[in-house]
Design a protein around this ligand. Structure first.
Ligand SMILES: *Cc1c(COP(=O)(O)O)cnc(C)c1O
Length: 479
């Protein structure tokens, strides 16, 4: 497809402005351009067609099934979009309340305050900040709070964070950026963190343990309370990576499981868009003893007046501008109020049911390394197909030709040829069946004509790329 610049015709105009009815202002000549801006010259119709075509080259939840495991790519209700676009919210300036406009910003601050409370209730925590801009930003916030807590108690030996080998890569990255040394704990045969390995790693230097529950294998963690007791007995903190909250939301709470710090991904569990790398939102909640270290400001209420509270002397400081991604928080707020407690219990139940349905339909066709009831996602392995030269990557690309976004592949790292499928609660049985039919058909082709899958995708503007080179030497003009 041609770039908008390649389509430019000198002299063609999109808009004709009428002559100005006022004298031309004098502009300091040093501020004027010496040559015209290099802008494409196109008609309105050229521009509309260009961008409409570009938009159809993208794949999103509005265009099809998106079973990207770990990411919880669920439908984003348009009702939430409409509320976030309401001018009374959308046109507020974030500095309004500092510039004497506290009265005018009460609605927005009340929403943030209520959202902090709702997230506390959903997760069983004492305080929540909406500031972090994504899950990874929430992780960094959480481990900085962990560091501040140990520092405030004069415990300088706490230098290590323990992380299971199934963890998302952002966990060790966040702990390392916060200055911790990261140690990996092996999983046992059932895919759970190995309790004995954890027990022997828990010494005085351990500041905390970062867990995802259910695990990134999509499996229930039956030992989580026992782990929390062990960790707390060695004066360390439990960190909850909330990416998989969709499996338990409305049914159990990380705070009740013994977690001290929690991050959520509003763009996963609470139905806000992921966007291309953003905008996300990764609120962080903490238990009572960690509240003094929360980022400033939290939104507080005194006698019915909502205010940002900057007076937090032990705070780790500000981790993102203002209160975070306001429009995204507002979307999630609308979603939470719309569903309520019963709605969330249905969300997790249906998400788990859908994943188990897929597990059941596909388990005769693909290897299932952990053959047990799963939570909201199921991890297969393409080992059987790999013996025939067809890898997880080939299966993912073949799905694209059949109109589906690929599942997550090669994660978690401990499963060779991993294919991690997460249907979420928002897909119909018909869509899930179509997806399973496509997967079964691909398994048949992998057995009968494996070479043919190497060419996939064949229906897209671009085929197979050298993905590393494509990221480093982006060439959008050759599409
Ligand atoms: C998505 C994810 C993260 C990171 O969240 P972002 O919002 O993408 O920064 C962390 N852990 C797990 C298990 C995830 O799936």
């Amino acid at each position: 497809m041609k770039l908008v610049f390649d389509k430019s015709i000198p002299g063609r105009k999109g808009v004709d402005l009428p002559p100005a009815g006022v004298p031309q202002a004098k502009i300091d000549p040093t501020l004027l351009r010496s040559s015209p801006a290099q802008l494409p010259e196109l008609s309105e119709l050229d521009v509309v067609r260009h961008y409409t075509q570009l938009s159809t080259m993208n794949f999103g939840l509005d265009s099809g099934f998106y079973p990207l495991g770990s990411c919880t790519m669920k439908y984003n209700p348009k009702m939430c979009e409409a509320i976030a676009a309401d001018a009374r919210f959308a046109n507020l300036h974030p500095l309004l309340q500092m510039a004497g406009g506290l009265k005018e910003s009460q609605g927005a601050l009340a929403m943030l305050h209520h959202m902090q409370d709702l997230l506390c209730e959903i997760c069983g925590m004492a305080a929540f900040t909406t500031q972090p801009m994504a899950g990874a930003n929430g992780e960094l916030t959480g481990v900085l709070i962990m560091a501040a807590y140990h520092r405030a108690r004069g415990n300088t030996a706490k230098k290590v964070v323990l992380i299971p080998d199934t963890a998302h890569g952002t966990n060790p990255a966040s702990a390392a950026i916060a200055g911790f040394e990261v140690r990996t704990i092996k999983s046992d045969r059932s895919g759970d963190i190995d309790i004995e390995a954890l027990r022997s790693a828990l010494d005085d230097s351990v500041a905390g343990v970062m867990l995802t529950a259910p695990s990134t294998l999509g499996l229930f963690n039956p030992n989580v309370r026992k782990i929390a007791d062990l960790v707390h007995a060695s004066d360390a903190l439990m960190y909850y990576d909330g990416a998989n909250l969709n499996a338990i939301v409305g049914r159990c709470r990380p705070g009740d499981l013994g977690f001290d710090i929690v991050h959520l991904n509003l763009h996963k569990t609470f139905a806000t868009p992921h966007g291309g790398g953003g905008p996300g939102s990764g609120p962080v909640g903490v238990c009572d003893k960690l509240t003094p270290f929360m980022p400033a400001p939290l939104v507080t209420e005194t006698s019915g007046v909502f205010k940002p509270d900057f007076d937090r002397p032990q705070s780790i400081g500000q981790v993102a501008p203002f209160y975070g991604n306001f429009g995204i928080i507002l979307r999630a707020y609308a979603y939470i109020l719309r569903l309520g407690c019963d709605g969330f219990a249905d969300v997790s139940e249906t998400a788990v049911l859908n994943a188990n349905y897929i597990r059941h339909r596909l388990k005769n066709y693909y290897d299932l390394p952990y053959d047990q009831v799963c939570k909201h996602e199921v991890v297969f392995s393409a080992k059987r197909q790999a013996a025939n030269g067809v890898h997880a990557l080939d299966i993912a690309k073949a799905l694209i030709d059949r109109g589906f976004h690929p599942m997550t592949i090669y994660f978690p790292l401990i499963v060779p040829e991993a294919m991690m499928i997460e249907p979420t609660e928002t897909e119909s049985l018909e869509t899930i069946d179509e997806f399973c039919d496509a997967m079964i058909d691909i398994a048949r082709i992998a057995a009968e004509n494996p070479e043919s899958l190497k060419a996939c995708p064949t229906t897209m503007p671009v085929g197979r790329l050298d993905e590393t080179r494509a990221a480093r030497q982006l060439d959008i003009a050759s599409i």
